[in-house]
Design a binder for this molecule. Structure first.
Ligand code: AMP
Length: 486
């Protein structure tokens, strides 16, 4: 479905995971396994492209990796080749959706080229308009496709030169894994907003959004791709380049709070440990007398453990999660989302009855989850329900690749903390402070002149220009495409 203004609907934007390996005789199987470990980063579609020295092979499908790349399906054995890349993503609804499933693929003068992108380009609509005027015919509605057209219209010849020329023109957040004839390329935007790591298994190099995807194939973690770094993996090994102007790093703080898997190590820190420390900080800042600390599963668990350790209040599983239901967040309407919370969680009544409980969750976005969970705790007989959130209030939308709704749908944008407490029906509500969050991540606090992370969803301080959004505020400017994060 096309829309004239990508910022005035409530469509969910994508969040994605990327993976690549070179060289390996079973590249497709390893890419599929890697994507399986990255499934939490995107659950609506997956794609794999391999290269066998002569030909490229690909499979793209809606749905989970396990359902589409199973050994019974025969897909993996058809994807022959010693090089492979893959992508998992969330997506919008609409009938043109298969066109948007990555990796994107294009034939160039130099041969085939496949591209998988995690992040969101903030000037893609403007670039697209210029490219369309120059005669480019777009095949998809993703922001990522502008990179392919910028490469096609670039002056210089080699794959790497064309990629650099294209990426110098785009703004936004990107962790990219690409593949051309006999090479796999990884690159991160100059601020390093989205993660990308390098691993090694035998003689093969691996690129992945998170280290949990290295673990699943038994690869060793080597290092992060640095912000603004491009790594080229070919038959002579791994080569590093720095084609962009260096900039202060601004890694996405929400990866630590919610998005990355807790068993991953991102930017040198264990996500699990970080979440636990945030929970400890939260307890220091918002003490309350209670009998139990209860996590909202699963993302609230490490912070709740930290809260319990710091406060000395026992940790218990007061909510049991049904693991066979997807994230409620991906449901398109409030009505279905509400139902989703019930499908997903059930109160452990025995544990809760008559108790004063502290509920710990990682974030409040629209407030749907909190309302339902608090109500569920009360129905199960909780005497007091104190809500504690291991992030500051989410007051702003993300334009760099994390799925957040339009600003006016964010509860914390509309309401004060006291009003939010009333809305969700808790006895008290507290969020970790911004400085506290930075402290938990090993910083002295948030340096307002030069914040060490991208925390735009909590601060409104957007470190990368939002050219598309700003141009849409100019009178008379409309676009007949969707803006997509990935
Ligand atoms: P909400 O119910 O809209 O307030 O969303 C908050 C819940 O969704 C929390 O329990 C989070 O764990 C989870 N959540 C937060 N951010 C995201 C996201 N970008 N994608 C999916 N789930 C999220």
């Amino acid at each position: 479905m096309l829309t004239t203004n990508p910022f005035d609907d409530d469509k969910l934007r994508e969040e994605c995971g990327v993976f690549g390996i070179y060289p390996h005789p079973q590249s497709a199987a390893l890419v599929a396994l890697g994507l399986h470990a990255l499934q939490h980063r995107g659950q609506e579609a997956a794609g794999v492209v391999t290269f066998d020295g002569k030909h490229f092979h690909s499979h793209h499908a809606m749905g989970h990796v396990g359902d589409n790349f199973s050994s019974q399906s025969g897909v993996v054995s058809r994807l022959v080749g010693h090089a492979g890349i893959g992508h998992v993503r969330y997506s919008t609804t609409g009938d043109s959706i298969m066109r948007n499933v990555q990796p994107l693929f294009a034939d160039f003068e130099f041969g085939g080229f496949a591209l998988a992108h995690n992040g969101n380009l903030t000037n893609a609509l403007l670039l697209r308009r210029q490219l369309v005027r120059r005669g480019c015919l777009f095949q998809s509605t993703t922001d990522t496709e502008v990179i392919v057209h910028l490469m096609a219209t670039a002056r210089s010849g080699s794959v790497v030169d064309r990629m650099v020329e294209a990426l110098r023109q785009v703004e936004g957040a990107y962790a990219i894994v690409a593949m051309a004839n006999d090479m796999v390329v990884g690159v991160r935007d100059p601020l390093g907003v989205r993660p990308l790591v390098i691993g090694r298994i035998g003689d093969s190099h691996v690129l992945a959004s998170e280290t949990c995807a290295l673990d699943i194939i038994g690869a060793d973690f080597l290092r992060d791709v640095e912000p603004g770094e491009m790594v080229v993996i070919d038959s002579s090994g791994l080569h590093s380049m720095r084609p962009f102007q260096p900039q202060p790093r601004r890694f996405c703080i929400f990866e630590y709070i919610y998005f990355a898997r807790p068993d991953s190590v991102v930017e040198g820190s264990s996500v699990y440990e970080a979440r636990k420390r945030i929970g400890m900080q939260l307890a220091r800042e918002s003490e309350v007398e209670a009998d139990l600390v209860i996590p909202v599963p699963d993302s609230g668990v490490p912070a709740a453990i930290g809260y319990s350790v710091q406060s000395g209040i026992p940790f218990e599983l007061g909510i049991i999660r049904n693991h066979y239901v997807g994230r409620t967040f991906i449901e398109p309407t409030d009505q279905i989302r509400n139902l989703g919370v019930k499908l997903k969680h059930n109160a452990n009544r025995h544990m809760i009855e008559g108790k004063r409980i502290i509920l710990v969750d990682d974030s409040i976005v629209r407030g749907t989850t909190s309302v339902k969970i608090v109500e569920m705790m009360r129905r199960a007989g909780a005497r007091e329900v104190h809500m504690r959130i291991s992030s500051p209030p989410t007051t702003h939308s993300c334009f760099y690749g994390v799925d957040t709704p339009r600003k006016d749908k964010l509860l914390a944008h509309r309401l004060s903390i006291a009003e939010m407490n009333g809305f969700i029906g808790s006895d008290s509500l507290a969020f970790v402070s911004m400085d506290g969050l930075y402290k938990a991540l090993g910083e002295p606090g948030r340096d307002p002149a030069r914040p060490q992370y991208c925390d735009a969803c909590f601060s409104g301080d957007y470190p990368i220009a939002l050219a598309d959004r700003d141009s849409l505020q100019e009178p008379g400017v409309t676009f007949r495409v969707e803006a997509k994060a990935s």
